[in-house]
Design a protein around this ligand. Structure first.
Ligand code: G
Ligand code: G
Ligand code: MN
Ligand code: NA
Length: 250
């Protein structure tokens, strides 16, 4: 069967899962944020998002998929907030989702109906998603920000990085792409250093992604980067497991 048809059935049967990856503040060991990551159980394993997100975008299923993820995040939030009253969950949005004219009202309705503060949901957008139709993208980002959602620029440094756009769009956070963390591990800290300084200069938080070794962790720390995400700290986990992980660290 076509993967698109199977994805459609997965959504109809509510089989898409959301896993959570901790983002740690290394200054105090707290976990102020979790990234929500879509997981599709298929044929005894998982179909990777890199494979099914493009199919969802091309087939028009992406809005249904995005809302399924957001609904699951909203369902998970009360238990997470019970452990940490300021817990934030980051939801990834793709280009097509950002371009949807119903996105902002649907997200607001979802969070409001669950009686949650909008500040506990952040959205991650890639530079590529933001660059697609930059005028509409700008309006949508402003509407999301005005609604009270914080925005993170994902994979920063790998797409179309217009510094002008960075300055004019309402982002609160840069996510330093893993490729620069890898370079750091190879002894080349130049880009990581510049992006961390850029964040500080513009008043933006910087989250380093894909930390896989203690060496990368220590180097980033020495560069003044304190928000970190990666397998070395914690892998993406189902809700029950992340709740146990958070509880154990509290
Ligand atoms: O979880 P993993 O690293 O395999 O994710 C691979 C890619 O899929 C990442 O770029 C991530 O942003 C994207 N992705 C994961 N979950 C979602 C989701 O719920 N919505 C969208 N739009 N992208 C997602
Ligand atoms: O593009 P985005 O940043 O949304 O993608 C996040 C992806 O990175 C997820 O698929 C997640 O599973 C993956 N990821 C998280 N930590 C690490 C890591 O330490 N190493 C690698 N290779 N991937 C990671
Ligand atoms: Mn992301
Ligand atoms: Na990223």
């Amino acid at each position: 069967m076509l993967l698109e048809q199977r994805l459609r059935e997965c959504l109809l049967n509510d089989q898409l899962e959301v896993w959570f990856q901790p983002i740690v503040d290394v200054r105090n060991g707290a976990t102020p944020m979790l990234e929500a990551l879509a997981r599709w159980p298929l044929d005894g394993g998982f179909c990777p998002p890199d494979k099914f997100i493009p199919i969802a975008e091309e087939s028009g299923l992406i809005m249904a998929l995005g809302m399924a993820i957001a609904r699951k995040v909203v369902v998970a939030l009360p238990a997470l907030l019970e452990l940490e009253s300021r817990q934030v969950v980051n939801i990834n949005l793709s280009a097509k989702q950002l371009m949807s004219t119903t996105l902002v009202e649907e997200m607001c309705a979802l969070v409001d109906q669950a009686d949650l503060p909008r500040s506990c949901v952040h959205f991650e957008l890639t530079e590529t998603a933001v660059a697609k139709d930059s005028e509409l993208a700008q309006l949508q980002l402003q509407a999301l920000a005005r609604a009270g959602f914080h925005l993170h620029l994902d994979d920063f440094g790998t797409g179309y990085s217009s510094l002008h756009r960075l300055q004019s769009l309402p982002f609160s956070t840069l996510k330093l792409d893993r490729s620069f963390v890898i370079q750091l591990g190879h002894g080349d800290a130049r880009i990581a250093k510049v992006i961390i300084a850029l964040g500080a200069e513009l008043g933006l938080d910087v989250i380093a992604e894909g930390i896989e070794t203690e060496q990368e962790y220590e180097q980033l720390r020495a560069l003044g980067c304190y928000l970190m995400q990666g397998y070395w700290l914690a892998r993406p986990m189902p809700l029950a497991q992340v709740l146990a992980w958070l509880e154990q660290r509290a």
